[in-house]
Design a protein around this ligand. Structure first.
Ligand code: SAH
Length: 339
């Protein structure tokens, strides 16, 4: 069982059941999330007998780097393998503030968005919180810098792995662990309405980002099957509730597919949708994900952003990083060591 996915309070319970003092939970948590050792044997301030039962019942998930690619812009992409041989990709990018890590939350994805490579072969399994933490810790070690922010924008739909993603967030931001600032995490979703409401109820300080990609219902359904289950109007209404409940702003992602979703009418409709939000629209030129949708240029994305700005919408074009190593949005794939 993954020990890194356990809250400190749960570790304390564990030690209590064994009749061991609760300060050992503090020591263990620190080894796992601050010193980040990969082996119980190295936890030298724990008694040998404790290390024995820990090692026999629990494991420390590791992300073994089986491929490392470095982009000409400095972005790095890692193919990480977990203990069962399943692999995901994790991306490390340098931003003005420091290192940003793009974390995968599932091996594959079952959302079926037509423009995204990650969903092409469906979902294999969800990752545990400990495996997601291992992605962050290992990426930081390989990149050689501490992590400044985390974006849950890798492979998978974070809200389709709700409980583990929340654990991941809570543990990563625990002040006695890695201590990432609790506002430094962005969770991106294709729009699972019930889970957005569940998230709102938890009142976390993370930033919620919604993958919109189309402002008309039929258009959105044609590229994002999730829209058939949770239609656009319901999604936007849910975002309003999210803002009201959490006091946090919501941001939107909009991938420009030239000739499909970047007309004046699209800009009009998108403006109506995000009106009244303290929101921000991130424009992404669609990247080639090998799915028959041709790459949009930065110019096309900028031209659509200009249309929005002219309508009073706060819109910026996201920097495309790591394109030459297929590390950009929509280009990450699951893999297996055997392949
Ligand atoms: N499943 C979540 C997390 C993935 S985040 C979500 O859908 O939000 C990855 C972001 O990149 C999403 O906004 C996704 O829609 C976008 N994306 C996917 N394929 C893309 C592509 N080919 N070009 C540009 N952006 C893409």
């Amino acid at each position: 069982m993954d020990i890194c996915r356990l809250y400190k309070a749960e570790l304390k319970e564990l030690f209590k059941e064994r009749g061991e003092p609760s300060f050992r939970a503090d020591q263990l948590f620190e080894w796992l999330h601050r010193k980040r050792v990969s082996d119980f044997e190295r936890m030298t301030n724990l008694p040998a007998s404790t290390r024995v039962w820990l090692a026999s019942e629990y494991s420390i998930p590791s992300a073994e780097c089986v491929r490392r690619q470095v982009s000409s812009d400095g972005t790095e992409k890692y193919l990480f393998s977990f203990s069962d041989g399943n692999c995901v990709e994790t991306v490390a990018m340098r931003y003005e503030h420091g290192l940003s890590v793009c974390v995968s939350t599932q091996v594959g994805c079952r959302m079926g968005c037509r423009f995204c490579a990650s969903t092409q072969n469906g979902l294999v399994r969800s990752l545990t919180a400990g495996e997601m933490l291992a992605e962050v810790y290992k990426a930081s070690e390989l990149f050689g810098e501490p992590v400044d922010s985390v974006v849950l924008m890798g492979i998978g739909e974070p809200l389709d792995n709700f409980d583990e993603v929340i654990r991941f967030y809570d543990i990563l931001t625990d002040s006695s662990g890695y201590n990432l600032k609790n506002r430094s995490v962005t969770l991106s979703t294709c729009g699972l309405v019930p889970e957005i409401l569940r998230l709102a109820a938890l009142k976390k300080q993370l930033t919620l980002s919604i993958s919109l990609h189309a402002a008309f219902p039929e258009k959105r359904s044609s590229i994002m099957p999730v829209n058939l289950r949770y239609p656009l109007d319901e999604l936007i209404d849910t975002c309003r509730q999210y803002v009201a409940l959490t006091g946090r702003r919501v941001s939107f992602e909009y991938t420009v597919i030239h000739g499909f979703n970047d007309s004046e009418e699209d800009a009009d409709r998108l403006t109506q949708l995000v009106r009244g939000f303290q929101s921000h629209v991130n424009i992404i030129p669609v990247n080639d994900a090998g799915r028959g949708i041709s790459q949009a240029t930065r110019k096309q994305a900028e031209s659509f952003a200009d249309k929005l700005t002219a309508r009073g919408v706060n819109a910026t074009v996201r920097r495309t990083l790591g394109n030459d190593i297929s590390a950009a949005c929509g280009q990450l794939r699951r893999d297996t060591v055997a392949n």
